[in-house]
Design a protein around this ligand. Sequence first.
Ligand code: FES
Length: 86
Amino acid sequence: MDPRKTKEIICFCNNVPRHEIEKAISEGANSMNKIFDATTAGVGACGGSCRRKLAPMLEHYLTTGTFPEKIIPDTTGKKKYKGEKT
Ligand code: FES
């Protein structure tokens, strides 16, 4: 993967880069809550707008064992993810 992409900031509130999120997921953060705890991404002042990127990353990893080259944000707002409050 292009090294510039791993430095891409996913959570702007808490300044969390993509590589930190990928590391947490690959080390066992298999739910949104675990990603929040491990990285602080998704729990910033904005209320979690980056979750629409975190969720597809997690879902892709849990399905394929790899991370997507390009993150396609979930803009539907309808999906609920494991570890996310309903
Ligand atoms: S951008 Fe991640 S919580 Fe605001």
